[in-house]
Design a protein. Structure first.
Length: 121
């Protein structure tokens, strides 16, 4: 081989190494640390959006349950008022007949007393 052939072969090797370096540099420049952080931010943002949607659905369920509980409590309150009025009228009728109504069948718990005011029990 002549010196020119060796120079051409070595130039081919140098150009191959230069090509590899160029590809590596282009790849490294394209996927910079900022790009990685940006991708991480997108992942975190997507995960947060998913979690917010889940929390929104859970809040909607809790609001619906709260409305149902309020309706049930309103019904129970009406029932207690009706029964208290009915007992009050019964006690009044018994006393008007000249009799004394029977005492409460058991001691009234302290938690119940505020709801039975005006019943003379």
């Amino acid at each position: 081989m002549s010196a020119e052939s060796w120079a051409a072969v070595s130039a081919l090797g140098v150009s191959a190494v230069t090509l590899a370096g160029t590809v590596y540099t282009a790849r490294a420049g394209r996927r910079s640390a900022a790009a990685e952080r940006r991708d991480d931010f997108r992942v975190v943002t997507a995960r947060m959006e998913k979690e917010l949607e889940r929390l929104g659905a859970r809040l909607d369920d809790q609001e619906l349950e709260s409305v149902q509980q309020r309706a049930r409590l309103a019904g129970q309150e009406y029932t207690i008022r009706y029964l208290a009025g009915w007992v009050r009228s019964m006690v009044g009728f018994i006393r008007a007949s000249g009799l004394e109504p029977p005492p409460a069948p058991q001691p009234i718990p302290e938690d119940v007393r505020p709801y039975l005011q005006g019943l003379d029990v």
